[in-house]
Design a protein around this ligand. Structure first.
Ligand code: 4NP
Length: 146
C-alpha cells in the first residue's frame, strides 16, 4: 500500500486538510492509500485541528477530522512513508534538515501550477477554503499518478 505524509508548520490548519483531501481523493479513486500528517514545529502537539479546518473538511468532503491530533514530524517518518509532501518552501527546507541521509521517502512540495499552500492561520475562512481547493486539486492529481 502506498503511504503519504502531509506536512505543514503546526499540523493544525493545512496538513490536516491535506490529509482529509488525500483520504477523499483515494476513496473516490478506489485506491488504498495510508495517509497521515505532521508539523515541523512542536507548538501544537496533541491539539485538534483548527476549528476552521474542521468546518471545511466537513463541508467539502464530509470528513470528521476533530479527532486528529497534531504531532511533530520525526526522522523515522522518512523510513515509514513513500511520499512526504511539504505545504510550503519553508516546510520543505525544514524537512530537508530532518531527513536522514539515504532515506527512501520521496520529498516534494505540494503545489498546483507552481503555487504552494500558503499559511491561513492568521487569515479568514476564505483562506481555509482556498487551502482546501489547492490541496484537493493536488491530491486528485497525485492519486491519479499512484
Ligand atoms: P499550519 O498553520 O502550519 O497550516 O498548521 C499554522 C498553525 C499555527 C501557527 C502557524 C501556522 N502558529 O504560529 O502557531
Amino acid at each position: 500500500m502506498t503511504s503519504v505524509l502531509m506536512v505543514c508548520l503546526g499540523n493544525i490548519c493545512r496538513s490536516p486538510l491535506a490529509e482529509a483531501a488525500m483520504r477523499d481523493a483515494a476513496t473516490k479513486a478506489g485506491k488504498d492509500v495510508k495517509v497521515d500528517s505532521a508539523g515541523t514545529a512542536a507548538y501544537h502537539i496533541g491539539k485538534a485541528p483548527d476549528p476552521r479546518s474542521q468546518e471545511i473538511a466537513m463541508e467539502y468532503a464530509q470528513i470528521d477530522i476533530s479527532h486528529y491530533k497534531a504531532r511533530q514530524v520525526q526522522a523515522s517518518d522518512f523510513d515509514k512513508f513513500d511520499y512526504i509532501f511539504a505545504m510550503d518552501d519553508q516546510n520543505y527546507r525544514d524537512l530537508l534538515a530532518v531527513r536522514p541521509d539515504g532515506s527512501p521517502a520521496e520529498l516534494a512540495l505540494l503545489c498546483v501550477n507552481g503555487v504552494s499552500v500558503a499559511d491561513p492561520y492568521y487569515g479568514n475562512i476564505q483562506d481555509f477554503k482556498d487551502v482546501w481547493q489547492q490541496v484537493s486539486n493536488a491530491c486528485n492529481m497525485i492519486v491519479r499518478n499512484l
